[in-house]
Each structure stands twice: as structure tokens, then as C-alpha cells.
Design a protein around this ligand. Structure first.
Ligand code: NI
Length: 162
């Protein structure tokens, strides 16, 4: 399978509303497998299809029992509030604080094409909201508190003089 690059900030596919998946078939299974691979290679907690250039409503996420996918996810309910630092594989090196629901209930199809309803809280709830935003063309920087945005993990440059 061809290696996929992660689409970076500035590309149009990240700003569009992704399309519903009409039919759960082998092409969707293949997309999910590819997304699992890209998520793992990049040590991501989640990945949305537009991030590999596919404008479909699919995201994958990592959980304690391995990677999973949600197709055509819908937020059924959100409650509470959490504020924490987020980053995004499509915006390397940038982090900022984003306010999210503490608990969400999301409905969609899982990686087997089965309809599921998942209640998540804390970090997983945050990942769900971040990835669903991607499917609507919204990035965490659009929601982050601008005062908290900062570049991190940049290579250190040695400026010491001999
Ligand atoms: Ni992201």
C-alpha cells in the first residue's frame, strides 16, 4: 500500500465539510486500515480521513483495546467542560488550549460497519470532538484560546559561541 503523507495546514481538504460515506464496503475497510497505519506511524491519538486527503466522514482513534474507527459520526449529546492543551498532526509543532465538552455521546458506524453509540469522557471525548471537527473543516487552532498558542518541539539550535 502506498505511503500516505499527512495533509498539512493550508490545504483545502482540511477546510471543507467531508462527505457522508454512502456504503460500507471494501474501499471503506481499506481506508480504515490505511488510517490505522498512518495514525500509528505518527503516534497520533486520532486521525480524520481529510488528513490523508480523503474528504469522507471517517475518523480513527486509539484506545486501550487498540485502534477503532467511526464512520458518519454524529454528536448526540455533550455535557460538562474541560480545558486542555491540544495539538494536531496536520499542524506540527503548534499547541494551544481548547475548551471541549467533558463527556460526549457519539453515534456512527464502527470499523465493522455496525451501528454504535459510544459515551466517552476526558481525553477520549476530547479526541472525538477534535476529529469530528476535522470532518466539518474545523481545526483546533480555530477554537483554541489564542493567548495559549505556542510552538513546541522545535529543533534546538545551538547558538553558543566557541
Ligand atoms: Ni487534528
Amino acid at each position: 500500500m502506498a505511503e500516505r503523507e499527512i495533509v498539512k495546514y493550508g490545504e483545502n481538504v482540511l477546510k471543507q465539510r467531508a462527505e457522508e460515506v454512502e456504503r460500507f464496503d471494501d474501499s471503506v475497510r481499506a481506508l480504515i486500515e490505511e488510517m490505522y497505519q498512518v495514525m500509528e506511524e505518527n503516534h497520533g491519538l486520532g486521525l480524520a480521513a481529510p488528513q490523508i486527503g480523503v474528504p469522507k466522514r471517517v475518523f480513527v482513534y486509539d484506545s486501550e483495546d487498540g485502534p477503532h474507527a467511526l464512520i458518519n459520526p454524529r454528536l448526540i449529546k455533550g455535557s460538562g467542560e474541560q480545558i486542555s492543551v491540544e495539538g494536531c498532526l496536520s499542524i506540527p509543532g503548534l499547541q494551544g488550549e481548547v475548551k471541549r465538552y467533558e463527556t460526549v455521546t457519539v453515534e456512527g458506524l464502527n470499523e465493522n460497519g455496525k451501528k454504535v453509540r459510544i459515551r466517552a469522557q476526558g481525553l477520549l471525548a476530547r479526541v472525538f470532538q477534535h476529529e469530528m471537527d476535522h470532518l466539518d473543516g474545523t481545526l483546533f487552532v480555530d477554537k483554541a484560546d489564542p493567548d495559549t498558542l505556542q510552538l513546541v518541539g522545535q529543533e534546538e539550535v545551538d547558538v553558543s559561541e566557541e
